[in-house]
Design a protein around this ligand. Structure first.
Ligand code: ADP
Length: 498
């Protein structure tokens, strides 16, 4: 079959394997012996069977990670420059196995193979390359202190930056490999040990990444990968008394559960949660770039991006042109299996997501939104949805108020004279877009938007050096860049009386 021929042989071999979890140097079944199935979202057929972890497996992984974090362990005694080298090697290995990893992403998640090759894989590799440089460059500072009640005393005071310890990392299914990289990169750069819990929908690339970690020379036990469902593996990891920190990317709803679970031992928490990002097009924008830009802001990765530009605001005088342009763009997108080179948009990740997104589409219809493009399921096999543009919405409608996490954008006009009044009218604050040729308007708008990232005349631009994270209910902390190191570092003040 022609499409089948697109599947990289290494990926095909990997998918066909008996899948096990990585704990220490061992590849193991779940302690219970249980497994679960993952599905190819383009067909709905079973793709692979993986171990169904439970709290027993989490306990074992935490003990293993703890041992790997012992001060005399190979990881803790490795020099910073050697640690940087093994992290860099991991980035190299990702590139070397790029076609295989990209194909695994496409089979497991559904995204077009060309996108997985052009974005997911190189961004994941670059994250490790970028973070590898920090191992030798981050550190504390020496401080000038004077203590009022000890006049004349001399001091030597400094700070030490130490790894936070054993870290649980729970990641979603929208960019499985890249989210693993965002999490692992800074944890490894600072010298932490990790239990990684990939999403149950997309565990394959994380398991392959576990192999590459060992091949790169990261000592066994530093990276453990436990597969399973959120409530059965994620929850015990977030609650575990011997875990020092939990880092989570996923829905705001589960983020709250993580926070509660972490309260027991007050472990450190970082959260990268949902979004409902405003994308603002002013009348003086260059529409040749703004129209496809606004369309890509929502349709990239099928709208399954926490930063997706899902609320489009267009200045009145150009409203009709922009709506027509974005709708044309939506209708022009070729929807099909990710493995097909002609596909520009693949299926949603799961039956659950298909049902969820279709639920939003019917609620939009009931609440009186006008469907300008798309609006329904695409075909009857696999989890495909049409790229959809909804007009005539308001902030009370579910489609404008809640995160859909699918290829659905709402669009509304706003009057000339500054920021659209509803741009910040959301509990989220992850990202935003601005399209204008007026430099000072761009910067004024960027300042006024309450969001962790503002893209001006572009959208969905990510780089390992750029901190990413949310205001308000979009999260706690910033991933990537030097900021990410802070999430994995304890600062110790040392004071010496001379
Ligand atoms: P989505 O709803 O988009 O699938 P989730 O936020 O449910 O996203 O999932 C993101 C990650 O969180 C996945 O790895 C999932 O298994 C995990 N997860 C889900 N529920 C819990 C929970 N109660 N505790 C810990 N992790 C969870």
């Amino acid at each position: 079959m022609a499409l089948d021929a697109q599947i990289d042989q290494h990926a095909r071999d990997f998918v066909a394997r008996h899948h096990q979890m990585l704990i220490g140097k061992d590849w193991v079944d779940a302690a219970s012996g249980q497994t679960f199935e993952t599905y190819d979202p383009a067909t709905g057929e079973v793709l692979a069977t993986v171990p169904r972890g439970s709290s027993e497996d989490i306990d074992r992984a935490v003990k293993t990670a703890r041992a790997a974090f012992d001060p005399s362990s190979p990881w803790r005694t490795m020099s910073p420059s050697e640690r940087g080298r093994v992290i860099h090697r991991l980035g190299d290995l990702i590139l070397e196995h790029g076609d295989e990893l990209a194909t695994l992403e496409t089979l497991d998640n559904g995204k077009p193979l060309a996108i997985a090759k052009a974005a997911d894989v190189p961004l994941a590799a670059d994250l490790f390359h970028y973070m590898s440089g920090w191992t030798t460059k981050s550190g504390g500072s020496t401080l000038q202190i004077s203590v009022p009640y000890m006049p004349g005393a001399e001091w030597h005071a400094y700070t030490l930056h130490e790894p936070v310890g054993v870290v649980g990392q729970i990641i979603p299914w929208n960019f499985p490999l890249l989210m693993a990289a965002w999490k692992l990169g800074p944890a490894l750069a600072t010298g932490c040990c990790v239990i990684l819990k990939p999403a149950e929908q997309t565990p394959l690339s994380a398991l392959r990444l576990g192999e590459l970690c060992l091949e790169a020379g990261i000592p066994p036990g530093v990276v453990n990968v436990v597969t399973g469902f959120g409530e059965e593996t994620g929850a015990p990891l977030a609650a575990h008394p011997d875990v020092d920190k939990v880092a989570f990317t996923g829905s705001t709803e589960v983020g709250r559960l993580i926070l509660n679970a972490a309260a027991g031992n007050l472990k450190k928490v970082s959260l990268e949660l949902g979004g409902k990002s405003p994308n603002v097009v002013y009348a003086d924008a260059d529409l040749e770039t703004a129209i496809p830009g606004a369309a890509n802001a929502i349709f990239f990765n099928h709208g399954q991006c926490c930063a997706a530009g899902s609320r489009l605001f267009v200045e009145e005088s150009i409203y009709d042109d922009v709506v027509a342009g974005v709708a044309d763009h939506a209708r022009g997108i070729t929807v099909g299996p990710g493995i097909d080179p002609n596909s520009q948009m693949g299926p949603l990740v799961s039956q659950e997501q298909l049902d969820r997104v279709c639920g939003f589409l019917s609620s939009g219809e009931t609440e009186g939104a006008e469907t300008v493009a798309g609006g329904k399921r695409h075909g009857d096999r696999g989890y495909f949805v049409e790229p959809t543009v909804l007009a005539g919405t308001n902030p009370q409608m579910k489609v404008e108020a809640e995160e859909i996490f699918g290829p659905v954008v709402t669009v509304r006009p706003f009057e000339k004279g500054g920021l659209p009044p509803d741009a910040n009218n959301t509990n989220y604050g992850l990202a935003a877009g601005v399209w204008t040729q007026d430099l000072s308007k761009a910067h004024r708008t960027a300042k006024a938007l309450r969001a962790g990232t503002v893209w001006v005349n572009c959208y969905n631009v990510f780089d390992a050096a750029l901190p990413f994270g949310g205001y308000k209910e979009s999260g706690w902390g910033r991933e990537m860049g030097a900021e990410a190191l802070k999430l994995y570092t304890e600062v110790k003040s040392v004071v010496t009386l001379l």
